[in-house]
Design a protein around this ligand. Sequence first.
Ligand code: GDP
Ligand code: MG
Length: 426
Amino acid sequence: MSKIRIYTLAKEVGVENHRMLEILDGLGVQYKSVSSTIEEDTVELIKQILAEEGTQVTGGQVEDVSPTVDAAEPGTGPTSAPATAAQPTAPAVTAPPEPAPGQMSSEGRPTPPAATATQVEERPAATATTELPHRAPVVTIMGHVDHGKTSLLDYIRKTKVAAKEAGGITQHVGAFEAQTSKGRIVFIDTPGHEAFTTIRARGANVADIAIIVIAADDSLMPQTREAIAHAQAAKVPMIVAINKIDLAQADPDRVKTDLTQLNLVPEEYGGDLVVVPVSARSGEGIEDLLEYIILTAEIEDLRADPKGEFAGVIIEGKVDKQAGVLATVMVQQGTLNLGDFLVVGEKYGKVKAMTDTNGGRIKSAGPSTPVQVLGFSEVPDSGEKVVAAKNEHAAREIVQARASDRRDVENARVRSRLTLEEMMGS
Ligand code: GDP
Ligand code: MG
């Protein structure tokens, strides 16, 4: 009979999308994404599981991705997509893997004898303590020149960034944080592939999700293909934003067909590519885009330990005439604190001052937080990795070890060249 999309069901019963996916995994139901549809009997089974679990909404322990989502108004959210655009649904529902009575479960606890289908997992307190907290997604926007990357970022910044603090000067720092009703999203706002590729070239991956912007009146262009190739190479999930749908000559269907030729099949054609029509001019569709970013982040299940070892990446660095060297650091894990020592390459510095992307002074910053740091002696390059040291002595030791490693490599190279020259008789 009728089918329902996974995220619609999640909303309906008030659980997080990734929890819903866990249940489906437990049931052995196959799906491509949270927008895949599931059969009615599976829905019944899920509802039964949740009812017997006695737990509904998780609430509370999720930091960035709020599980309590208001039901979308009909016709506004992505849920308005026609339910008929069904994807191949999972075949038969199989029973969950059921450990034999007395057998140890994966957590090392003995399984109670009368294990039933409802004991997919205990929750929420039991799992919350062992799992790392969620972190906000870091998003990059790529696409062909003039397709509207800057306009899209500007629109989001204008409408979704909390008013800057009194006295704070909002300047370009390479990233900003958008607050949506469903959670925080961090945007890298040096659009274009340069930022993405230079960062990747240094071995760092900073973006969790790539938005590929394609103008509805222009469709796929050379840099669009490049952007897609970059996202694929980095194995970063893509969301396509078909921009400029306000234009009379907009032809979003052509864009979708062109994407299909690249083997990127939009959901409504039965594939798993999320495609969102938007207008950076009127703002149409941008709420949907943000919602899809949150949904994608939930599936990716992004987590980081704020109490773990600090790791970060330089987004960009510059010299400010008054302040000196300023660098935007993306905290990837751990927490950066005022007074910490940071090591970048063979240099170190002390965090003398830290501001958030709104220009407000802060004392510490956790995962997925871009911060502007004062305290480097030279301008670090974007994409350089940042680690922390307990004190100046430890920082100097890291730097010295790196310098000596580098000299070893250089010497080995010189030696091998000399041998080669001897062999060649020069
Ligand atoms: P970028 O090169 O990808 O950063 O593109 P820009 O954001 O600079 O936009 C290029 C041009 O397209 C500018 O003149 C924008 O005003 C225009 N533009 C961007 N988004 C839209 C849109 O949604 N609708 C219309 N009509 N024009 C847009
Ligand atoms: Mg631009």
